[in-house]
Write a protein that binds this ligand. Structure first.
Ligand code: ADP
Ligand code: MG
Length: 617
């Protein structure tokens, strides 16, 4: 009989598209749907365990916290039941169908870009539930909230564009999902298969899982164990379980301490940085427990923000069980835990970087940006974080990385500063006019390729009492060897008067034009008069659309020994109009060498004017 309160609703657009892909494709990894529903059941039970402590009145207070999995080969159904918090009608509408999850768009994009095999990542995008439609042609979900006044509800869908919600017969607290298996998915009703899949993906679920009545997991909170009681395989399995991923971690750190605080922690660094692939900002990845009760999932406060790539579990019995999730962030105790754990993690990374460079390089490529974010934002741990920075260098081979410490050890006795230069890649950076003086002096420069690098390095100021100096600023206190020949002096004199003339011609495009002491091969370069590196200006150009073509107050430096400059001295007497075009073009070229935006259209027009004269017979 149709329920009076039966309602049919449309799935939210992105979910509809996602469903379309899920329903119509063939995946080899279909079995992960079971991991997803069990992980939801486990979440619901963890939440209930917490609520039991904080609230008095809950429905069915005495039923055991467990997950039942029942396959029925004859009926071709698979039923998963939990006694967790359940959902109210309102929650059901919001959680399963109408609200766009932040990850669904990114996941869709990822799949449609030819990564269909990555469907097993679904849980990491917050849309794991919908994976049931890989195996089920119809799904019925019965649920009753722990809140006593809430009525039991039934959610049904065949995975198309809509679902319906109605009232259900009275059921015990929790959620029961009935999957009507597709013709080709009957295998998921077989006990043997269910046992195998659950052992593979869900052995760390902290509640009993029963398959057709048989208990199949033993509960193991590995963070409470001694390190030598846990095998590598168990750590890997545990990581896969908490991160919904199909591969093991890059690093793991398991530690316990009694003083100053009682802590058990298992932390992992994954192999992939999803944030790097444009999947939006990562949620924090660490859950906090106290006395085996999950206090907060994906806790915001337990680690500093830059550590959001770390996954794992932190347990401290000192955390009061009734600490509200909202106050975790303001808690002084949590702040102390955060300090202890962060310090320990940084020490771990530093050791790993020394012990195994190759793995650390892999880490750095994936997660270096987070370390840089930490350097720029985490005042408490800045000094430790600085030690973890790695950059390419003019003195090392492509791909080889140097720490600041290594750089300082290689520094010459009379070298005053640590130099760095930001550019698009190694080729471009090493060929930059700013490198000329350093090559001439045989001095090392760190090459940096991230947009944020100049900001990060600039924020350090000094390292081991050496200033950090951007190689493309006026702060570079180096001059090329004086040339002895007379011709050098002559060149300089005429260049000085050329500089005066150019300053006039270039008008407000420059604040000054000077004879350079640092150029060897290139005709000219620009220096920012306020001391900003080109990288910093690129950051400004990027952040501020109105200042897209902002190039600051520039000083143009000329190389007296370069034929273009020498030639221009003569040209300005013979053909001043042409000389003016060349002057402007030299400035644009210097700005381009600094990798700064310029007004390209007017440059192109100018180059045509120059070419027009050049091709005249
Ligand atoms: P995620 O688990 O990452 O939030 P899912 O798509 O797996 O994403 O689930 C969506 C939401 O549906 C969950 O956040 C939860 O609120 C709700 N939900 C799913 N399964 C259950 C369940 N067994 N008990 C209670 N709520 C559930
Ligand atoms: Mg889920």
């Amino acid at each position: 009989m149709a329920d009076a309160k039966q309602e049919t609703m449309e799935f939210q657009t992105e979910l509809k598209q996602l469903m379309d892909i899920i329903v119509n494709s063939l995946y080899t990894d279909r079995e992960i749907f079971l991991r997803e529903v069990i992980s939801n059941a486990s979440d619901a039970l963890e939440k209930l365990r917490y609520i039991q402590i904080t609230e008095k009145e809950i429905a069915d207070p005495d039923i055991p916290l467990e997950i039942k999995v029942q396959g029925d080969e004859d009926a071709k159904t698979l039923t998963i039941t939990d006694t967790g918090i359940g959902m109210t009608r309102q929650e059901l509408v919001e959680n399963l169908g109408t609200i766009a999850h932040s990850g669904s768009k990114a996941f869709l994009r990822h799949l449609s870009e030819g990564n269909q095999q990555d469907v097993n990542l679904i849980g990491q995008f917050g849309v794991g539930f919908y994976s049931v439609f890989m195996v089920a042609e119809k799904v019925e979900l019965y649920t009753r909230s722990y809140q006593r006044s809430a009525a039991p509800c039934l959610w049904t869908s065949s995975g198309g564009s809509e679902f319906s919600i109605g009232e259900a017969q009275s059921i015990p607290r929790g959620t029961k999902i009935v999957l009507y298996l597709k013709e080709d998915a009957r295998e998921f009703a077989k006990t043997e298969n269910l046992k195998r899949i659950i052992k593979e993906y869900s052995s760390f679920v902290p509640f009993p899982i029963l398959v057709n009545g048989e208990r199949i997991n033993t509960i193991k909170a590995i963070w409470t164990k001694n390190r030598n009681e846990v095998s590598d395989a168990e750590y890997i399995e545990f990581f896969k379980y908490i991160s919904n991923s199909s591969e093991g971690p890059l690093y793991r750190l398991h530690f316990s301490s009694d003083a100053p605080l009682a802590i058990n922690a298992v932390l992992f660094v994954p192999k992939e940085n999803l944030e790097r692939f444009g999947f939006g900002r990562l949620k924090p990845g660490v859950n906090i427990y106290s006395r085996n009760v999950l206090i907060q999932q994906e806790s915001e406060g337990i680690l500093p923000e830059w550590m959001r790539f770390v996954k794992g579990v932190v347990e401290s019995e000192e955390l009061p069980l009734n600490i509200s999730r909202e106050t975790v962030q303001d808690s002084a105790l949590v702040a102390r835990l955060r300090k202890v754990i962060t310090r320990r993690f940084l020490r771990f990374l530093k050791d790993e970087a020394e012990k195994n460079k190759e793995t650390y390089t892999e880490f750095w490529k994936a997660f270096g940006l987070f370390i840089k974010e930490g350097v720029a934002t985490d005042f408490d741990f800045k000094n430790d974080l600085v030690e973890l920075l790695r950059f390419e260098s003019s003195k090392l081979d492509k791909g080889e990385l140097s720490s600041l410490k290594d750089y300082v050890e290689r520094m010459k006795d009379d070298q005053k500063a640590i130099y760095y230069l930001n550019g698009r890649d190694r080729e471009m950076t090493s060929a930059s006019p700013y490198m000329e003086i350093f090559k001439e002096k045989d001095m090392e420069v760190l090459y940096t390729y991230d947009t944020v690098d100049d900001y990060v390095l600039g924020s350090i100021g000094q390292y081991k009492e050496k200033d950090l100096v951007a190689a493309d600023t006026g702060a570079v206190d180096l001059t090329a060897e004086e040339e002895e020949e007379d011709s050098g002096k002559e060149d300089k004199k005429s260049t000085a008067s050329l500089a005066e003339w150019m300053k006039e011609v270039l008008g407000d495009r420059v604040v000054d034009v000077k004879v350079s002491k640092r150029l060897v091969d290139s005709p000219a370069l620009v220096i920012d008069s306020s001391g900003m590196s080109s990288g910093m200006q690129r950051i400004i150009q990027m952040m501020d659309q109105e200042r897209k073509a902002f190039t600051g107050a520039k000083v143009l430096e000329l190389n007296p020994g370069h034929p273009v400059i020498a030639g221009l001295c003569g040209l300005k007497e013979k053909d001043e109009d042409m000389a003016k075009l060349v002057a402007h073009q030299i400035l644009d070229n210097a700005l381009l060498s600094a990798n700064l935006n310029i007004d390209t259209q007017s440059m192109v027009n100018r180059v045509y004017s120059i070419l027009e004269k050049a091709v005249q017979p």
